[in-house]
Design a protein around this ligand. Structure first.
Ligand code: GRG
Length: 321
């Protein structure tokens, strides 16, 4: 079912994006741990990396999917929005380490290891991954403590949290993001061989799309979406994730480093195999558009209000940062 388009003008969409991003920012910050006690330094490094900037795309996608699927209340989803951004940030912190990409700037600021040293960079990433699950688990307290709710409704909500936790853990783990990163690194070490389209898509699906799937699927599950609807969201988020990664490869070639807040040209410099390298710039652009439009068409099958989410997915085709 195609709903009437609400965002006729770019300014309206930009204003709404700014509003929802600011809300997500506030939610993420409200869940950060306090830098106090003997371990204050590692918490400071964790919080530094999270507050250094970032588009907050994953919590925004989670919130909008939650809303589209009829989700109500802010506490439970808020825990998961903060958790996904912590997991995403940990992956960037570790990816920037000298043992991985050896990057000194990210989100327009010094990377965590460059500011705090390698050891603290590793620990800050570990701390964020663990704290993400501590934060998501807090959602259970909200389910149980909620007044004016029947025991049956509480039980249903606890089941949804458990299901969302399972998706989050799997998509971030060896069958998701960590798996994709590991294959990517093994591929780079085996530099004599150029990956084919299938292997490159495996890497993109796991390294990038898996966390976007975790964001959108948790939003759907916590709102009470059916298994079938959650499956549709998984496919939609796959497209969004692959399109997002191809656009990332495109921006590394044609983007503006000031706008991006990180160096460009690093893929070529590091002899990385990318979608642009495999298919060329023009075909890569076409594929971003096709994947994004397919994702928007899947959203149109949902009866819930999703004009902004739809526009956000299409907006990623032309994103410049
Ligand atoms: C270390 C386990 C582990 C995984 C690292 C995330 C990642 C995997 C590597 C970072 C490099 C990269 C190209 C990742 C693909 C996903 C991607 C484009 C991340 C950047 O996401 P944005 O643009 O970043 O949403 P901000 O800073 O805006 O949050």
């Amino acid at each position: 079912m195609t709903e009437e388009k609400k965002f006729d003008r770019k300014e309206e969409f930009d204003r709404e994006l700014e509003r929802v991003t600011a809300m997500a920012e506030q939610v993420v910050r409200s869940h950060l741990p306090k830098a106090q006690g003997e371990q204050a330094k590692v918490v400071e490094a964790m919080n530094y990396s999270v507050t250094a900037g970032g588009k907050r795309l994953r919590p925004v996608l989670m919130w909008e999917t939650f809303r589209m699927c009829g989700g109500r209340g802010e506490e439970v989803i808020g825990c998961f929005m903060a958790a996904i951004e912590m997991i995403h940030t940990y992956s960037l912190v570790h990816d920037d380490l000298p043992a991985m990409d050896n990057d000194r700037y990210r989100r327009g600021a010094e990377t965590t290891w460059y500011k705090y040293g390698d050891a603290m960079g590793i620990l800050a990433g570990d701390g964020l991954l663990n704290y993400a699950f501590e934060t998501a688990l807090k959602a259970l307290e909200y389910c149980v403590e909620k007044e004016d709710t029947t025991d049956r409704e509480k039980l249903l909500q606890v089941g949804r949290v458990q299901q969302a936790l399972s998706v989050l853990a799997k998509k971030a783990g060896i069958h998701g993001m960590i798996g994709g990163q590991a294959v990517d690194i093994a591929q780079e070490e085996n530099s004599g061989r150029t990956p084919g389209e299938e292997q490159l898509l495996f890497i993109h699906e796991h390294k990038t799309a898996a966390l976007i799937q975790a964001a959108m699927m948790s939003g759907a599950i916590l709102a009470g979406a059916s298994r079938e609807q959650t499956g549709k969201i998984e496919k939609c988020a796959y497209n969004v994730g692959i399109a997002f990664q191809i656009q990332d490869d495109i921006l590394d070639v044609v983007g503006d480093s000031r706008e991006l807040g990180k160096a460009t040209g690093s893929d070529a410099e590091n002899h990385k195999h990318t979608y642009v390298g495999l298919k060329g710039l023009e075909r890569a652009r076409e594929d971003v558009e096709t994947l994004s439009r397919e994702a928007a068409a899947i959203l149109d099958d949902f009866p819930g209000e999703h004009a902004f989410l739809r526009e956000l997915v299409l907006h990623l085709i032309y994103r410049r940062k």
